[in-house]
Design a protein around this ligand. Structure first.
Ligand SMILES: *Cc1c(COP(=O)(O)O)cnc(C)c1O
Length: 383
């Protein structure tokens, strides 16, 4: 089936007991067994291990991403944690994109480093650097593309080739473009990681995450950790994500179109020093963005004249845009990464990877493009 059909129907059928068209929220810790002999005959025993509402979402996510299975996690970070726990042991080494979600950097440097895992934060947009970062002990390459917040792209097929030739799994954080615009597993990656908090939910209602697998053995390892460490998504969140995901394609299309309109406006504005959006011809990796994905997404960033102070003043004066962490929702959001999402990344590391103090990140929502542009225009006029 096509993506639009799958995002509505994959994983769900009318409830056999009542005909309810929406999968019920199976808000139950445990599941009655008819006899000891028939333990688990219906597939469920305890909701940390598996829950029917969560299973429905998992099946949908696997279908949408083209994987053999998907595992839903309490948050996007729980999903990344699940990948690390499943694939890394003490003494191992992993290569991670140097620009990545701040929480990924924190998990690696502040948690897994305590357990004897080493990390190299490499410029994964440079394939030679990826190859040079791999050591005898490397057991995972974890890339994020486009990367949060600078939008640096990594060539998924190129990194996957390096990974595969050395027998190392390649996981791609596909949160920014989602399965609708970007297909890491079809480009050779082994695992796709999502914060479903963002576009799959799309309505600022939940935090959630997912890992999609294409290899049976890795799928079992991820599932084992999901249960062992208690990382599974809750039934209520799975239900909300099942509803949100039904309109994923339409939201991605509209939000991306809005993002292009906003980016073009900003690029032409005299008070804006630079604007970065993959759909602009001025984007340094525009060719890769066109080649690798079927859309540019709805994230952009820009710098205004007057530095951090002007940026803060702009964020205060906006009415349609909301100053808030998070991204991907129908509501347009504006963020200051240095004080908000990436505050835990050391200043030196931030600057090295291009997260400057004046960087303003925007997540473009589904409002009327004219209103988003007009609001930015009145804010910029006040500078
Ligand atoms: C938000 C985000 C995460 C973490 O997801 P949570 O649901 O907030 O835990 C991971 N990767 C990327 C790219 C993100 O934007």
């Amino acid at each position: 089936m096509g993506f639009r059909t799958d995002q509505i129907h994959a994983g769900v059928t009318p409830d056999p007991a009542t005909g309810a068209i929406l999968t019920p929220i199976h808000q139950s810790t445990t599941f009655a067994q008819s006899s000891v002999e028939e333990y688990m005959a219906k597939g469920y025993s305890y909701s940390r291990s598996a829950n029917p509402t969560v299973s429905a979402l998992q099946e949908r996510l696997a279908t949408l991403e083209g994987g053999i299975s998907a595992w839903a996690f309490a948050t996007g970070m729980a999903a990344t944690n699940g990948v690390f726990m499943a694939l890394l042991n003490a003494g191992d080494h992993a290569v991670i994109s140097d620009v990545a979600y701040g929480g990924t950097y924190r998990l690696a440097t502040k948690v897994f480093s305590r357990f004897g895992v080493d990390f190299t934060f490499a410029d994964t947009s440079n394939l030679d650097e990826v190859a040079a970062s791999v050591t005898e002990r490397t057991r995972l390459i974890f890339t994020e593309t486009p990367a949060n917040p600078t939008l640096k792209y990594t060539d998924i097929a190129g990194v996957s080739e390096i990974a595969t030739s050395r027998g190392i799994p390649h996981a791609v954080d596909n949160t920014f473009l989602t399965s609708y615009f970007q297909r890491p597993l079809e480009l050779g990656a082994d695992l796709a990681v999502h914060s479903t908090t963002k576009y799959f939910d799309g309505h600022n209602a939940t935090v959630g995450g997912a890992v999609v697998c294409r290899d049976e053995k890795q799928a079992e390892e991820i599932a084992f950790v999901q249960n062992a460490a208690g990382l599974i998504m809750s039934p209520m969140v799975a239900w909300l994500t099942l509803q949100g995901s039904k309109t994923l394609s339409e939201r991605m299309e509209r939000q991306s179109a809005n993002a292009l309109a906003v980016a073009e406006f900003l690029e032409a504005h005299p008070k804006v020093i630079s604007v970065t959006y993959p759909g602009l011809a001025s984007f340094p990796q525009h060719d890769l963005a066109v080649k690798q994905a079927s859309g540019f997404g709805a994230m952009a960033w820009f710098e205004v004249q007057g530095g951090v102070e002007a940026g803060k003043r702009l964020m205060r004066s906006l009415r349609v845009w909301t100053l808030a962490e998070n991204l991907g929702s129908v509501e347009s959001l504006i963020t200051h990464p240095v004080t908000m999402t990436h505050a835990d990344v050391e200043p030196r590391e931030r600057l090295r990877v291009g997260i400057t103090d004046g960087l303003v990140r925007i997540s473009v929502g589904m409002e009327d493009a004219e209103d988003l542009v007009d609001d930015l225009a009145q804010g910029l006029d006040q500078l």
